[in-house]
Unconditional design. Structure first.
Length: 65
């Protein structure tokens, strides 16, 4: 009987480890999606700012793409 209880505990630990692993993978995937989405927004924002500064200074567009 004691052996069955010990085996059950080990099975629960394995299941918990798998659940935590899946949770970490899901959070990592969400972070990657957010970084790529915000990367585009930040790049666009910096480009607009650069263009506005260059236009105000010399009327040209010297910003990198």
């Amino acid at each position: 009987m004691r052996r069955i209880v010990e085996l059950k505990k080990h099975q629960d630990k394995g299941a918990s480890a798998v659940e935590y692993g899946l949770l970490v993978a899901a959070i990592a995937a969400i972070i990657v999606v957010i970084v790529f989405a915000l990367g585009t927004v930040v790049k666009t924002s910096f480009s607009k700012t650069c263009n506005a500064i260059n236009t105000a200074q010399n009327g040209g567009n010297n910003c990198p793409p």
